[in-house]
Design a protein around this ligand. Structure first.
Ligand SMILES: NC(=O)c1ccc[n+]([C@@H]2O[C@H](COP(=O)([O-])OP(=O)(O)OC[C@H]3O[C@@H](n4cnc5c(N)ncnc54)[C@H](OP(=O)(O)O)[C@@H]3O)[C@@H](O)[C@H]2O)c1
Length: 275
């Protein structure tokens, strides 16, 4: 259940994604900030050592809640964050990969999270209007200044990942991936072959795989599990480089999801769920 990010940063493979801790449209404050902080504290109690966030969640709301709930941070906690989106309102995401913006947002992540170095800084999206070497190059400059430990990418193709690796080592890739959306299978295979962590975002298909109406309901019941647990157990079984970061704003859902780490699937069960 452990993976070494960048070869030296140990995390439990079942992490937590902080995007659900903001208001609707990943904008503004959550309806229940106390529950948001409880979710974060409970995640640590349950053994989460990888939390995924981004400056753009809120913006700045998720980072601030993480700091309020968890600072000073446990020594084994890895906080992964991202830069490369600017926000104009609820549900609005605009890619900006200009080096000066990536630098500004990295500085703001450092300040808002209250850390001196970011464990894992992911380029949220590649900006097609800016040379990749300039975008990744700025993250490398920040790394050389001691502000970033490892560099990751998000929502990329195999070709883009390979191109970035010609510039610098890439520790992780974060693409959309779950049982009902497996378009990034080739990226996952490339990541596995090269020891790169694969962080599947939307691991529960934004909730469609969880809860009573899930297409996994029957299979989950047969397994003595809940649908979200089966979806996460399947991901964990799919690859040793898989690092799911299910998101939730509720302690009860967090507890349910984290119990997925205790479920193991046989080869037959794994294939049946995939089918
Ligand atoms: N790199 C990127 O571009 C990118 C894009 C999107 C997301 N992400 C990251 O990926 C993480 C995960 O994605 P996500 O949170 O959007 O989607 P997700 O993990 O697939 O699903 C989250 C949704 O499922 C619900 N849910 C969670 N556990 C549940 C349970 N046990 N029973 C019933 N419903 C449950 C949540 O609602 P409740 O709050 O009610 O539990 C929420 O609506 C994010 O938090 C973020 O860190 C990255």
């Amino acid at each position: 259940m452990t993976f070494l990010i960048g070869g030296d940063l140990a995390v439990d493979r079942l992490g937590y994604g902080a995007m659900q801790l903001t208001g609707p449209g990943v904008w503004g404050e959550p309806a229940d900030p106390d529950e948001a902080r409880r979710v974060l504290r409970r995640a640590i109690e349950l053994g989460v050592t990888l939390i995924d966030t981004a400056d753009s969640y809120g913006p700045y709301v998720a980072d601030r809640l993480i700091r309020e709930a968890l600072h000073p941070y446990p020594s084994n906690l890895v906080i992964a964050t991202k830069v490369g989106f600017t926000r104009g309102g609820p549900g609005m995401w605009t890619v900006v990969g200009r080096p000066e913006y990536l630098r500004q947002q990295t500085e703001l992540n450092l300040r808002n999270l209250g850390v001196e170095r970011i464990d894992l800084l992911q380029l949220h999206r590649i900006d097609s209007t800016v040379p990749l070497a300039d975008q990744v190059g700025e993250l490398v400059a920040l790394q050389q200044e001691g502000k970033v430990r490892h560099i990751g990418l998000s929502e990329v193709s195999v070709a883009q990942l390979a191109q970035a690796r010609e510039i610098t080592p890439i520790a992780t890739v974060q693409n959309s991936y779950n049982l009902v959306h497996r378009a990034s299978e080739d990226v996952l295979e490339y990541a596995e072959a090269n020891g790169i962590g694969f962080i599947p975002y939307f691991p529960l298909a934004t909730g469609d795989l969880a809860g009573p109406g899930s297409p996994l309901s029957e299979a989950a019941e047969a397994h003595g599990a809940t649908p979200s647990q089966l979806a996460l157990a399947w991901l964990l079984r799919r690859s040793p480089v898989m690092l799911p970061i299910p998101g939730t704003s509720k302690v009860a859902h967090l507890e349910e999801n984290m119990a997925a780490g205790r479920i193991s699937l046989t080869d037959e069960e794994f294939a049946a769920v995939a089918a």
